[in-house]
Design a protein around this ligand. Sequence first.
Ligand code: GTP
Ligand code: MG
Length: 558
Amino acid sequence: MNSMYSLRCVYNIHLKYILKYHVLRYKSNHSCKQEFIVYDQLMQKRRLQSKRSVLVQVCSENSCSDLYKYCSEFGGIKNMFHYQLAGTNHFVLTEFEDQTAVDALLNDSAHIEDSNVIAVRSPFLWFRSSSSKKTKLIMNNDMVQPFKVNEIMIEPNIKTIQFNKVESLSSQMMLLLESIQLNDIGSRLRFLTAIQIENALKGIFPLSKVLPFGSSVNSFGKIGSDIDLVLTNDKTNINKSSRLIYHGKCMSNNSRTQTQRHIELLGDLLQLFLPGCSKVKRISQAKVPIVKYSQDFVGVECDLTVSNETAVRMSELLYIFGCFDYRVRPLVFTIKMWAQQVNITNDTPGRWITNFSLTLLVLFYLQQENIIPPIQTLVKLAGSNDVHITDDGVNCTFLRDITKYSHKQTNSKSLEQLLLGFFEYFAAYDFNTNAISLNFGTVVAKPEYSALYIVNPLEVHFNVSKNVSPEELERFRIELRNAAWVIDSSIHSQNTLQLFDIFKSIEISKNIKKQNIFNYEYQTNTSNRLVTVKDLFVEDEHNKRLNTQLKNSKERKI
Ligand code: GTP
Ligand code: MG
């Protein structure tokens, strides 16, 4: 109870701070191009940061200074972030100046003297009380102690965000972004979670590299978003001049079966040996086989996949779009939150629209508004350093340094106008005949029947929203119309609008307003909308066959 109370206090301080400063930032932050870091450089920076870091469980925030003194014996400390997860779990993420300090600290750290516990080397440790003979500390009050206490690691409940303290809808959208977007500590811990698995595999598989992708790195992530991880082979530092080559085993011809077996093996490794990894589930029959698990020290769900390089490049593409204009992120966050609140998205796989597809729809709409360019433009501007083709032949060549893209922004619409514009655009959109192509930034004819067709930006013969059923698309359309109607009627009646008014599904809106222009049987119960991963896979094979037929017939025509 006490810890819940203290967590609530932390949120309130956090939200008040945001409230005070976000309007200022909103006014000045009309472009984030000055702060732009090329994606690969950002990944490299975060990876090095996590290699210089360890996560230590402590009794309470009072242990911070003791831990600081203890850790300082191994090298200079750059940052210490304290956070608390629900319950009494306190953690300190400690970043050293240099990676050698982490190596020294890990070499010196002890394993539990219990034959039931398998000793494992990982960046996750706990700090035992000072009665241990190891702790001979020199007190020095002049030491600079770089503590950041009570960092936010649990996403604030949307109901606690004080939208009513901010007047315009545009400002409320900025407030939403600032309140729930992934913060620095969250980002650091996501990379540390990846390093834990990478280090565990490195001894036997020296080229292993584990990278976060998806919303953890594409700039559209929330504090509570899952961590998507991919295990890859880093072949950049292979010594090409050596005459001695390691023997190795060939992969089997059936790469899918091979991937499924790797997933099973990774699942075992996580479940049996790696600290903090719990609730491990191997989903090897899905289109992209994954291991799902929970990293308890970070308090986040993780999805680990193998050799999914295209997904990493997709994250880069979204990251680039997120940096194009200050309005992109708040609009994506608002639409994702709206979709969650009105129950058209769901955390489990199903026939509903995913957050990924939704993000692509927002980006497509912003292309219609000329706020971001079509992907084709980024492809045309690509230099020789931007050429990137994945191992399985997917061309991921596009301009990566957007500071080289010169474009005068002529669209000065407010976030509120864009939000209404998004709802109106897709409420009137002809989903029956049109597919969405971010590559051209225009609608194209649907190549095959799918309720919703969004051309996969990197693998253009695939539809990223093939899972969406006609019924779910209809629900989506109805909610779009309802949201547009709510905003529109507030403009006409000159009533002040709150984001919460838009976050109400049509059923609730109907009850409140006692009238609505729609007559629609609304399904709020999700249980009959769930499908199994296996069903999705069957559908996927079917679509793949259709796509191959289509591709072959096109090629024959040429
Ligand atoms: P969150 O809901 O915040 O986790 O958003 P997310 O973008 O991380 O979505 P998710 O965890 O479902 O997927 C992670 C990444 O996998 C996405 O960012 C995409 O790059 C990729 N992805 C997800 N769904 C699809 C899909 O249907 N098709 C393709 N090609 N890629 C997908
Ligand atoms: Mg994700």
